[in-house]
Write a protein that binds this ligand. Structure first.
Ligand code: CO
Length: 251
């Protein structure tokens, strides 16, 4: 069942999203060559606690961190590590989900450490962002869920980039992951009709190569099989009577 959020739930998710996006805006200043992903995670957790945000990944199925930090060919669920040191040119995806007074927001941003390693890398990130924006634009009353999925695919496909198929966007609210699952590809016009008060986390994951992946020996980190570069961006949105409201771009 897809839950419809009431006014109080929406207010709390809006606060969660605003606080979270403020943290992610400020994390950029930490991303210098030589920094470990564990130290970035520690900073993020401290910033969350400062504003009463409760990280939702910590304790989730045994995951032990407040963020997922995925570098270069790591697609998602990168485990922060003291020995993982970011370098000039790296593409770093920072994914955070936190609750404020019991309601969640979930977001991911791409960052380059210094200058991007290549113009292709830059293009990949740009297309991921365009795909997310195209998906969000379809998140309006009267559309069906898969209109979002199709819009994402339509932006990515012409570039020949891979679209990860086994991970997807999701409903969000009291819990980080709620129904429905929102694929990043598919035919339009399928699935439930979108209604005001529905809240989704949309999160295209794309690669310079194909969609095959494997899970690293840490049991979490999802990496491209062909070692190609991956991009991932995510926002939490609210369906309204008018345009969708992006809860994680309101810092
Ligand atoms: Co998510």
């Amino acid at each position: 069942m897809i839950t419809i959020k009431n006014k109080v739930a929406v207010q709390k998710m809006t606060t969660a999203g605003g606080l979270l996006s403020d943290i992610i805006d400020r994390v950029a200043q930490l991303l210098r060559p030589g920094t470990s992903t564990l130290s970035i995670d520690a900073w993020i957790e401290m910033q969350m606690r400062n504003v009463q945000l409760v990280p939702q990944t910590k304790g989730y199925m045994g995951y032990r961190h407040a963020s997922c930090i995925s570098v270069n060919d790591e697609i998602v669920h990168g485990v922060p590590d003291a020995h993982k040191i970011i370098q000039e040119g790296d593409l770093v995806k920072i994914d955070v989900c936190a609750a404020w007074k019991g309601y969640c927001a979930d977001m991911t941003r791409c960052f380059f450490v210094g200058k991007p390693a290549s113009t292709q890398a830059e293009q990949l990130v740009k297309v991921a962002q365009q795909a997310l924006d195209a998906g969000i634009a379809k998140a309006v009353v009267g559309n069906r869920l898969s209109d979002i999925s199709a819009a994402i695919q339509q932006v990515v496909a012409p570039h020949g980039f891979g679209i990860i198929r086994d991970f997807a966007g999701h409903g969000i609210g009291k819990r980080m992951h709620e129904e429905p699952e929102i694929l990043n590809y598919g035919e339009p016009g399928r699935g439930p009709l979108l209604r005001p008060g529905m809240t989704f986390a949309l999160e295209p994951m794309i690669t310079l190569g194909d969609y095959n992946y494997y899970i690293a020996s840490d049991g979490w980190t999802v990496k491209t099989k062909d070692k190609s570069l991956a991009a991932h961006v995510e926002d939490t949105i609210l369906i309204t009577e008018e345009q969708p409201k992006i809860l994680t771009r309101c810092a």
